[in-house]
Design a protein around this ligand. Structure first.
Ligand code: GRF
Length: 217
């Protein structure tokens, strides 16, 4: 992999947020925008599940929120293409996965090169996949945390934009650790989105490099 410059000018500030459940990270993005910590606009929230509580959070904030079930498509790729169509139809520039419990495939990744972010509740590359907080506790890790990264075809393996560490305490359960990590998630996600939207970065191999002062747009 060679050095690839980010296409700063092409990244617009319209976010598409993909969820499957609770939507607390979506809420953190909404609040950061409201409070002026994140200079962006959420154009659409898409859930693959109709019972996702995050849909109500979005609607309460006046954001269009739709259900696009992953069921009934002839293939995974067809579902990904449908997601890309809905996002492009709203002129989305950056896609934020926020508890979206689906593997994102090549058609969506290709439609948004270096423009899909995910938040994961561990310090990657430790503990990828589901139940990352339980993995950390069961492994006996002393430190875990949160990672915001670009989405690539490799599960939880894309270039890391930002990480925050969280100490694992002696008496932590998966649930108590998850709660403390979640507090950090809610700070880290808006911060990482803002960093990406400000520009002045490039992706060199698998490294996200902040190479110069932010570009003001
Ligand atoms: C978060 O822990 C996030 O890191 C993981 O899924 C969870 C989603 O929580 N990818 P919420 O729906 O944002 O509350």
């Amino acid at each position: 992999m060679g050095s690839e410059k980010s296409n700063l000018v092409r990244i617009n500030r319209r976010l598409g947020v993909l969820i499957s459940g609770r939507g607390s990270n979506l809420q953190a993005l909404v609040e950061a925008i409201r409070e002026g910590r994140l200079d962006a606009e959420i154009a659409i929230v898409i859930s693959n599940r109709e019972d996702a509580a995050g849909l109500e959070r979005a609607r309460a904030a006046g954001i269009e929120a739709i259900v696009l079930s992953h069921r009934g498509w002839p293939s995974r790729d067809e579902y990904d293409r449908a997601l890309a169509r809905e996002l492009k139809a709203r002129n989305v520039g950056l896609v934020c996965l926020a508890g979206f419990m689906r593997l994102v495939g090549v058609p969506l990744i290709d439609a948004f090169p270096h423009a899909i972010l995910n938040i994961h509740p561990s310090l990657l590359p430790a503990f990828p996949g589901i139940d990352a907080q339980r993995q950390a506790v069961e492994h006996g890790a002393k430190v875990s945390g949160v990672t915001v990264h670009f989405v690539t075809a490799e599960l939880d393996g894309g270039p890391i934009i930002l990480q925050r560490s969280v100490e694992v305490l002696e008496n932590d359960t998966a649930a108590t650790l998850a709660a403390r990590i979640l507090e950090q998630e809610h700070r880290a996600y808006p911060e990482a989105v803002q960093i990406v939207l400000e520009g002045g970065w490039s992706v060199d191999g698998r490294r996200f490099v902040r190479s110069r002062r932010p570009v003001s747009t």
